[in-house]
Design a protein. Sequence first.
Length: 144
Amino acid sequence: MEIQIKKLSQKALLPERGSDEAAGYDLFACMDEEVVIEPHESCMIHTGVAVAIPSGYFGGVYARSGLSAKEGLRPANCTGVIDSDYRGEIMVALHNDSSVPRTVTPGQKVAQLIIQAYESVSFKECDTLPDTNRGEGGFGSTGK
């Protein structure tokens, strides 16, 4: 699949895979200077790119495992969704889960983009739902 991408800044870096089998494409910070994210705060990070995702797909913006595990930085919404009809800049709202300020530098990998298919559905209102063995059990009802 080919995804059209537009650089919105000359400093922007195109997404790239960390390995041949990586599902995600790294997104890079595109800014003029470092940004400090205080503990338990979020900051919008520019990537400097916009994409044209085909209909029937969306772009999932996920945490980079090393950045979240080692630095405590993750997307504030946990997983961002880029709809196929969105043509604006990809932004990453990074949240600092750590207890110390964290610095994001220009060109730093800040998240990963995964292109995923989805099914369009319709909802039909009803008075009852089909029974299952689980029923209404949720949040830990199936054990640890």
